[in-house]
Design a protein around this ligand. Sequence first.
Ligand SMILES: [Zn+2]
Ligand SMILES: [Zn+2]
Ligand SMILES: [Zn+2]
Ligand SMILES: [Zn+2]
Length: 331
Amino acid sequence: MRESYMPKYYTLDYIPEYRKQYIDIRLQWFVKTYELKNGDWPLDCVSLLKRMKKTQKIPFTYGCVQLPNKYDALTEYVHSQDVYIMQININKAKYPFEHSKDRRLNFTVAHEIGHIVLEHLLIPRSLKSGIELSIEEHEANEFAGRLLMPEKMLCSCNYYSIDTVAQYFIVSRSALWKRLNNMKRLDLLNSRKIQACSRCGNTRFSIFARFCGICGQPISNRLSGIRRVYYPEVYPMDQCKRVTSCPRCNNDLRRNVYDKCSICGTHIFNFCSSFFGGNADECSYANPSNCRFCEMCGRPTYFFEKGLLKPWQEADDFCYVAESSEEYIEN
Ligand SMILES: [Zn+2]
Ligand SMILES: [Zn+2]
Ligand SMILES: [Zn+2]
Ligand SMILES: [Zn+2]
């Protein structure tokens, strides 16, 4: 791949090779431990702090306090009580995040979480050299960048402008730019755009769809989403939109002559759930098998209502849609 970056602002060379891998290992641990799912991005670190405090998977607490102006936040480990304490400078905390400047806090908090997760704080600062401390700062920044803006996500975004993408990921323009520069992928800023749902990132719609089949929001003027996600057809269908095997019991339905599975009675069409309500306003649209919501009316689908599809926020079988729409990046 063509490298596109400005060497002057590239900071990854300050971090030793084995530490870059360590950051990835700890990041994966963090994502797993706090059960971060598809729908948690864009990551709001203030709600993440609440989750950390509540679960105590890492002994942790935080608060907003008056700090000298040069600090955005400070985190320390208190040995005697075995607890991490994060202090956020109340003068700098503007929440909810609106402006690029305010969104800095989200990165700051992710950076502080990085110090904790990378275990920088267990050894007192007084025992470390200036160079060691400066490497730790680079590592915490890299952790924050990877946490808030995962590489696979960034490689599959619609860059309508640097500001729209920065706003989406709740970071400042400069944090996004630095992240792309460290990935050597500034070229992404000029990449081709693809229609995507502004909420769930879905990129596939039936021709007449009026609602996003994945998240259910109306799609009029809302196809300028930043993230681009492909939610696969979980259950294969034939051309008449009949599943070829039963979503519940896996019975082979290719020679089935009924509209239900002969073993468990599951319908073979992913109908709009209103179809079974017997109401005057029922809709009889048969949806693609991955639709959680009816593409015609936005109500839940039969498969979703029966628990045969996970909510899109929890989906783990999706792919990211790369620049050429035939190319996917495994999640
Ligand atoms: Zn720091
Ligand atoms: Zn959607
Ligand atoms: Zn069945
Ligand atoms: Zn419907």
